[in-house]
Design a protein around this ligand. Sequence first.
Ligand code: ASC
Length: 128
Amino acid sequence: NFQKPEDAIKYRRSALTVLAAHFGTLGAMANGRAPYDAAQAAKSGDVVALASTLPWAGFIAGTDKGETRAKPEIWTEQAKFKEHQDRLVDNMQKLSAAAKSGSLDQLKAAWGPNSGSCKACHDNFRKD
Ligand code: ASC
């Protein structure tokens, strides 16, 4: 529940910021830009699994204006937007499992194939 539209916008942006930070942490390890740290990978794996589920509650009616790049299609193509959410959540659960496996090879194998769901949604539903 949100008091004001801007509270919902702030909530979803915050969740996406947390998701991006931990997705990036896992990507850095998967792509060899950071040393593999199994404990950090497991922690970030937990975060992406949970954080990926959170932003969607913030896309309530009346939050298409203000501090947001949300496109109107979020509200006019709700079934399609939901499909994109579900794909992201599913992909982040898979990435999470690999991140928590203790195996860098599994993390590497999972990161790329599951990373496209960020961009797919941005391409369709985010301005610029
Ligand atoms: C990230 C991030 C995104 C996506 C996107 C690629 O790390 O913050 O929004 O990856 O750039 O899918």
